[in-house]
Design a protein around this ligand. Structure first.
Ligand code: ADQ
Length: 818
């Protein structure tokens, strides 16, 4: 580094000196030229004034006393030396301090006599001879400085009355001040250059130190600590300062390194413990092995990357979704294709001519194929048929499904549009594996299978499947079921939904249902129906408690034993009566408190899309009842409800929003004090890390869905509680209730029961909380989303595409096309 600095300074010095010397040289040349021209002009002008007087004297023909005349014409000592020479260049007379007029080296007199014109010239003359009689100078002594001086002579021919040249009038001026001025310019320039050199060197050294050496040293130190596993990857970017592009690359490299190291450690630990925890890496290897040479295609309504333009800037974001977490590692591992609706307002700017782009941005691990929908299609297929029809049809939440023929037409045409895109993408690939997501694409499996019987198709239905009576409300139930039966594997969260589906098939279509194998045979094709309870990612890196969650476990020792699995707390009502602060529960971390203006000591949390199936109003009523019946909770608790706006174009959702806002306002008006508000409603989409902060800070998480296929919030809450604390109140009508038996299970319609569960949860002894949470965490860790994806894809890859069925189906589709 020292050598680098010396070289840098030397290069700067040489560069500046060279440029300055060159520019000064030309500046001096220009300056000298100007002064010479100026001097010549002044001398000529002076001579022009005198010449007529001299020629006047010549015309008189009398003997002229040249010395007296010249003395008279030269009025002061500052004027040029004057001399008169005859027509052969012999000196007749001279005045003034100047070199002898007949010994000058420039030859101006001779030239003027020959040409009959005025001639001016600069010349150098030895100082000691200036007023003497020395010989003319030769080339060497001209440059012998300072023994020579610079002079300017101007010779004007003198004419008699007949116009004959009879002599020369010579003016000699001391021009040495031009040289002195030039030297002065060089001196000034040297000082300026010296000042600039010092300044530039100092500034350069400081800049090198601040902007290069410091970030590089810090980054090197960070890399060293990272190598030793002491640093965090996220810290890295700020260590690089302005070297942002480099930081991005190195941070990605570091992330990959950390992930690879962590994966290797996890694998080693798992091998050591003979456990079978599913990780993203294991899922990737697992699926790649099973796929062999086949390619994987995923179809969903939501896309994994969305380009949104706001305030003149485009941002690419990942919508918070469990699906992206689960499917991404698989797609990345086998370079698959994800086909989804391009819903971002700047999505079109980032695709190629085939509407494809490589993602994740910068990593380019798999292909995203965007499908465009018109506003009419979105309204009819998405809002109308999917969310006003199928969604309320499948959820028992007492909102009437609406089925419109126009919506159904859009639903069919959009399913066909997606099917065409899928067929285009799988064209030329043998035995493609296609994983279709959710109720938006019920018709897709059959369309694909008819066109490509060699394709393996799985459909996962993310919401409940109701009983056959409920489902029969749908005027197009047969078409929907028929469409689904094109899939080789049909997945639901729970066994009960599988049962309902088989029942529905039995009553709707001509098909052979096998209740032993849980399969359906129709037109020679077999669909296997299986439960695959979805889950969340398990992040081993969050196993250690986060420092942000600075919790007060003072009352931990108050616990009185471990309760049995599930059901309400063992703690009796009398023991629960003291205010919540005695329970040893956490105090809301300061940061969140300041951010939200929370004054309560304990935090209750709800996180949902603003959806009528989530029981948000019911849980607000339970909080209201709690405050009415147990006033000691006033100013002690705060309920934060995070509700992301959802399906806002649908009237029922707009009504729900108003109902929630009104209820929150009513509760706050009734109970709030100057420094405390019982309910904080946050109506926006939060980032994953923001939601995780709330999860870690919440003493109690309320999931009170009226009906829910699974509910990921409950599992996210459990996964986020790396401190092992926290209480989950969970609706027994959420699929998650089948697995999280250590939650406080409630009927969300029974407001008093929900209120009681809150009281129980807030007063629950620390030991009990921790035992319950440990069990739930063990379950979520074991049955995580990677396991979910691996099971479905493994089952799908195991499907036998029998050759004879294949041949028949292919013949059929060829006949149809012909
Ligand atoms: P959803 O009905 O969307 O999913 P849920 O399973 O709870 O319900 O998932 C919601 C997701 O959105 C969670 O990951 C949650 O963190 C996130 N979320 C909610 N509000 C948010 C906010 N304000 N900001 C940021 N993120 C927020 C459907 C079914 C479920 C099923 C899933 C997965 O209805 O039953 O569990 O699919 O199959």
């Amino acid at each position: 580094m020292h050598f680098f600095r010396i070289r840098l300074v030397a290069a700067l010095l040489l560069g500046i000196i060279f440029i300055s010397a060159a520019s000064t040289y030309f500046e001096v040349l220009a300056h000298k030229h100007t002064m010479r021209v100026d001097l010549a002009r002044r001398t000529q002008w002076f001579g022009a004034g005198i010449q007529p007087h001299i020629e006047q004297q010549l015309l008189t023909g009398a003997d002229i006393n040249w010395a007296a005349l010249l003395h008279k014409l030269r009025q002061n000592a500052d004027q040029p030396g004057l001399a008169v020479l005859d027509d052969e260049g012999r000196l007749l007379a001279s005045v003034g301090d100047a070199p002898p007029a007949d010994k000058l080296p420039s030859g101006a007199v001779q030239q003027s006599l020959t040409s009959g014109k005025e001639v001016g010239a600069f010349f150098r003359f030895p100082v000691q001879q200036a007023s003497g009689t020395a010989a003319p100078l030769n080339k060497q002594n001209i440059w012998a400085w300072p023994s020579t001086r610079l002079w300017y002579e101007d010779a004007i021919p003198l004419h008699d009355g007949g116009g004959q040249t009879v002599g020369t009038f010579l003016m000699t001026v001391d021009a040495d001040y031009i040289r002195t001025e030039a030297i002065e310019v060089w001196r000034r320039s040297f000082l300026r250059v010296a000042a600039i050199v010092v300044l530039v060197v100092v500034v350069t050294l400081l800049m090198v130190r601040w902007f290069l050496l410091q970030p590089v040293t810090r980054a090197a130190e960070w890399l060293r600590r990272l190598r030793h596993g002491e640093a965090d990857v996220a810290e890295g970017a700020k260590e690089f300062g302005y070297l942002v592009p480099l930081a991005r690359e190195i941070t990605t490299l570091a992330e990959n390194l950390t992930q690879a190291r962590f994966a290797a450690e996890t694998e080693a630990r798992l091998r050591d413990q003979a456990e079978h925890l599913w990780t993203a890496e294991r899922l990737a290897v697992h699926v790649r092995d099973r796929l062999g040479s086949a390619q994987l295609f995923v179809v969903s309504h939501r896309e994994p990357f969305i380009h949104m333009r706001r305030k003149g800037r485009t941002e690419c974001s990942v919508p918070p979704s469990g699906l992206v977490t689960a499917i991404e590692p698989v797609l990345q591992a086998c370079d698959g294709t994800w086909i989804a609706h391009g819903s971002g307002n700047d999505d079109r700017s980032f695709v190629d001519e085939h509407d494809r782009l490589r993602v994740p941005p910068g990593e380019n691990r798999y292909t995203l194929r965007r499908v465009w929908l018109s506003p009419e299609e979105e309204t009819g297929y998405y809002e109308g048929f999917s969310n006003e029809g199928i969604w309320p049809l499948c959820h028992i939440a007492h909102t009437r499904p609406t089925f419109r023929a126009s919506d159904w037409n859009h639903y069919q045409s959009v399913n066909k549009k997606f099917a065409e895109v899928v067929l285009e993408e799988i064209n030329g690939t043998g035995h493609p594996v296609i994983f279709v997501q959710d109720y938006h694409f019920a018709l897709l499996p059959a369309i694909i299978k008819n066109a490509r019987p060699d394709a393996r198709v799985a459909m996962f239905w993310h919401i409940p499947w109701p009983n056959p009576e409920s489902f029969s409300i749908c005027p197009w139930q047969a078409e929907l079921v028929n469409g689904l039966l094109g899939a080789d594997v049909i997945g639901f969260h729970l066994q009960s939904y599988c049962n309902n589906f088989l029942d529905t098939v039995d009553r709707t279509l001509e098909a052979r249902t096998d209740w032993e194998q849980f399969s359906i045979r129709r037109n020679g094709h077999v669909s296997n129906v299986r439960p695959y309870p979805i889950s969340v990612a398990w992040d081993e890196t969050t196993e250690t408690p986060s420092p942000e969650v600075d919790r007060n476990h003072a009352g931990q020792a108050r616990g009185n034993g471990v309760p049995p699995l599930g059901g309400p707390s063992l703690v009796k009502k009398e023991e629960r009566e003291p205010p919540a602060s005695d329970s040893g529960q956490a105090v809301v971390p300061d940061l969140l408190r300041r951010e939200l203006g929370i004054e309560g000591e304990q935090l209750l949390l709800g996180v949902d899309r603003m959806d009528y199936t989530k029981g948000i109003v019911e849980r607000l009523l339970a909080v209201e009842m709690l405050l009415q019946e147990h006033p000691w909770y006033l100013e002690k608790i705060t309920f934060v409800q995070i509700a992301s706006p959802s399906r806002t174009g649908i009237q029922r959702y707009a009504d729900l929003r108003i109902e929630v806002e009104d209820t929150v306002e009513r509760i706050n008006r009734a109970f709030q004090s100057t420094a405390w508000k019982p309910v904080v409603l946050i109506q926006r989409q939060c980032s994953h890390s923001e939601v995780a902060r709330y999860y870690r800070a919440a003493d109690l998480c309320l999931v009170t869905s009226l009906h829910d296929g699974m509910n990921l919030v409950s599992k996210e809450y459990v996964a986020a509680r790396n401190d092992g604390d926290g209480v989950l109140v969970l609706s027994k009508f959420a699929g998650a209730a089948q697995e999280l038996r250590d939650a406080l299970l409630v009927n969300p319609y029974d407001v008093a029961q929900v209120k009681e569960a809150i009281v129980t949860g807030l007063a629950m002894p620390a030991d009990e909380r921790r035992v319950r949470m440990a069990r739930m965490r063990h379950h979520v860790k074991e049955y995580n989303v990677y396991r979910w994806a691996s099971r479905i894809l493994a089952d799908l890859c195991a499907v036998r595409i029998e050759d004879d069925i294949l041949a028949i189906a292919m013949n059929r589709s060829q006949r149809k096309r012909a």
